[in-house]
Ligand binder design. Sequence first.
Ligand code: G4P
Length: 284
Amino acid sequence: MANYQWYPGHMTKAKRMMQEDIKLIDLVIELVDARVPFSSRNPDIDELGKNKSRIILLNKSDLADTEKNRLWMSHFASKGFHVLEINAKAGAGMKAIQGVVQEACKEKIERDRRRGILNRPVRAMVVGIPNVGKSTFINSYAKRACTRTGNKPGVTKGKQWIRLNKKLELLDTPGILWPKFEDQTVGLHLAMIGSINDELVHIDELAYELVKFLCGEYPGALESRYGITIPDKQDAYEIIRAVCVSRKCYLKGEEPDIMKASSMIVDDFRNGRIGKITLEIPGE
Ligand code: G4P
């Protein structure tokens, strides 16, 4: 798992690379994590990618709430993006991409045609914050690709393009966007999905916040996962203690091992074992 920490230096470098690479392409394919579509976006891409066709892929949709995936799809569509939900790991939803690419780039394709340029492939670049699944997506998409093309005249040296088909070429290195920690919730949500180094967060606090959220938004989810009963208005800390008992997480002397149960809860959430859960809804 890619853990990261961002310093101003990282951000400047990432931005500079993005500015260079974006000149080479027609289409920005932006991956967001379907569980946290707000926190896993950096809206600066809107400025960087202006004048480019845009697609948003809600990745890891297998881990997210199906109903909320729909809400996010309509949200992004209403903002003018072309949008699809996918599971890059299993390859689900990938077939629809080609059609959406053509649709997103139809003005460019039409412009080319008017200028007598026929069959020039759309050039695309995959972007997203670390850990959203960019490499998984490129690898999975490129599996069906025939060739990786070398340098091309007039194109920056060292850039590799993956020719996916006659109509689409992908820059084989993804663009890394920096997360935007504009408020505490963003940091918290990125920590919950495992995109912030666990050494930088307190796992017991993370579990506490997660349990609180789950009790409010996904009642029953913890009960069925851990075989516990949660009385009304139960404090999250007490729930974690109940998980200690149910999963026999004890320190010496039968003292509940809160840290162990906390890690277990967070890990179960990250891997979808508590259910398909989305932490954010549009408009929050
Ligand atoms: P990045 O390039 O954007 O940094 O992300 P990367 O592809 O490395 O993916 C980060 C993690 O997310 C990987 O897990 C990858 O398998 C997982 N992943 C990517 N797409 C999906 C998806 O659609 N659904 C699910 N469930 N997982 C996805 P990992 O823990 O680093 O490795 P592994 O456990 O897969 O070996």
